[in-house]
Design a binder for this molecule. Structure first.
Ligand code: F0G
Length: 482
């Protein structure tokens, strides 16, 4: 895309692929959308996908696959142990990261379970640039404490900083000096920092972290699930690496970790996961937990078809035309939203566009879950489903009070190579309309609240009948339009 110049458009995200398989979509009438969101307890996770027009919940397991991936899925070697498919995947992981050892798992959080079981002791601290929901849940379940040592820019919604995912080295050094090495389980680096808006971490910062950890004898665990987007930002925004081959950048990144784990629902555009390591000792520490929780060590809970697809997906991640599709398409979506005045996280990162729900709904208090309300309002307005990445995604404090999230975001994920530009423009147009009518939207409260990871299956309801007012205004402005 970057090499194509046009007479009028400056940054049109031209697709360097063609669509050869399609899936039909429907956009329900607004009254049915209201019924659907009510039935889902105002939780977008509980909507049925048939009731969704544009599914922007996540890119997890929903990225479009390539023809070569689908073709590879036709040749798996099914065996409980020792399948050739596993050895193909293992080799692909080794070639990709330059690591020697590999343990397969059924998805990313399964890696987190195993890593936390082996390496987190009660009372220990795990410093990281930012937590991810399932990561924190597994560390907390082992009695560990997550400590986010991000720089001030990380949670600055509108910033000039290209690498908001960087760890503040001063904070890391001060923490280790204060607590001592024994009190630290490991340092965790998350690429494409999900919960602050898919924001990248610089390779410079990763190298500094690794150097410091080697000096102190600390282990570094890297969550490389969102590596593809992060790679794009390193390649385009970190001058030192602009002329380096993508494969070489991946191996430089990998060298900054002792243990690398990933959700292959994101990295590799299929469904699965795995842990890659340079040293045998880490493999031996964790190996026996794979058959215990996942499946034998040559499939780890994955189907052989998916394993074949991941092997090809990793190879394809080395193609710039593949890794630039997400960030450039997301940037185009961001520009559309901004043209309607919608407040979004900037710079626009990877994964999707992130709306600043606190700014959008400045009249809804954090305790009434503005991001969750806005998700429901967006679904009612245009049938798009986003994901709450704010206070609902945080479990309560030990004293029962809400843990108010530092950033209150609506994530509109753009699974790679799935949507068209006109669909993006449609979503931006309707969300722009909603922004003009934002005062009609009110807050939510829980009616059913799980104790752990409540955002997945918790149910909520409007505190006031605001959805009726919203529907009335929609009908005034759009008539009987879907
Ligand atoms: N780490 C990161 C950074 C993630 O984004 C995810 C999943 C996981 C770990 C867990 O992986 O889902 O395969 O078990 N993120 C998804 C999302 C769910 O929608 O952002 P998993």
């Amino acid at each position: 895309m970057s090499k194509i110049k046009l007479s009028h458009y400056k940054d049109l995200p031209i697709e360097m692929h063609k669509v050869r398989t399609v899936q039909k979509l429907t956009l329900l009438p607004i009254d049915e959308r209201v019924k659907a969101i009510e039935g889902a307890g105002f939780n977008s996770f509980l909507l049925r996908n048939k009731d969704v027009f544009l599914d922007m919940l996540t890119d997890s397991g929903t990225n479009a696959m390539s023809d070569l991936q689908i073709a590879a899925m036709m040749r798996p070697d099914d065996a409980y142990s020792g399948s050739e498919t596993f050895y193909r995947l293992e080799k692909s992981v080794q070639d990709f990261f330059g690591t020697k050892f590999f343990l397969p798992t059924h998805q990313g959080r399964a890696c987190e379970n195993i890593i936390a079981q082996v390496y987190v002791k009660p009372g220990q601290i795990t410093p990281m640039n930012y937590h991810f929901t399932t990561t924190k849940a597994h560390i907390s379940a082992r009695g560990g404490i997550v400590d986010e040592i991000y720089s001030e820019e990380a949670i600055n919604i509108n910033s000039e900083c290209n690498f908001k995912g960087d760890i503040d080295m001063g904070k890391l050094k001060a923490l280790v000096a204060k607590e001592g090495v024994e009190k630290i389980s490991f340092v965790r680096i998350e690429l494409g920092t999900n919960l602050i808006g898919g924001q990248p971490i610089s390779l410079k910062n990763m190298k500094e972290i690794k150097k410091f950890c080697v000096e102190k004898g600390l282990m570094v665990v890297m969550d490389v699930s969102l590596l593809a987007d992060n790679l794009y930002f390193i390649k385009t925004k970190e001058k030192e690496y602009q002329n380096m081959e993508i494969g070489a950048i991946v191996r430089e990144i990998a060298k900054c970790g002792d243990i690398l784990y990933f959700s292959a629902r994101k990295l590799g555009c299929a469904r699965g996961g795995g842990i890659a390591m340079f040293e045998e000792k880490y493999f031996m520490h964790m190996r026996d937990l794979v058959p215990f929780y996942e499946g034998f060590i040559t499939y780890g809970g994955m189907s052989t078809r998916e394993m074949e697809a991941i092997a090809v997906g990793l190879e394809e991640t080395l193609d710039f035309e593949m890794i630039n599709q997400g960030p450039e398409f997301i940037a185009a979506f961001g520009k559309e939203l901004q043209s309607f005045g919608v407040p979004i996280v900037t710079p626009v990162g990877g994964l999707g566009c992130h709306i600043d729900a606190r700014a959008f709904l400045d009249h809804v208090p954090s305790g009434e879950y503005p991001a969750a309300s806005l998700i429901a309002a967006i679904y009612i307005t245009c049938g798009c489903r986003g994901m709450e990445r704010g206070t609902v995604s945080e479990d309560r404090n030990p004293d029962g009070t809400d843990h108010i999230a530092s950033v209150e975001l609506v994530r509109l994920a753009l699974p790679r190579r799935v949507f068209t530009l006109s669909q993006i423009k449609f979503a931006a147009d309707r969300i722009g309309w909603l922004y003009k009518n934002r005062k009609l939207i009110g807050g939510l409260e829980f009616t059913e609240e799980p104790k752990v990871l409540r955002f997945f299956v918790g149910r909520l309801a409007p505190k006031t009948p605001w959805t009726e007012k919203l529907v009335k205004k929609f009908k005034e402005d759009f008539g009987d339009s879907l």
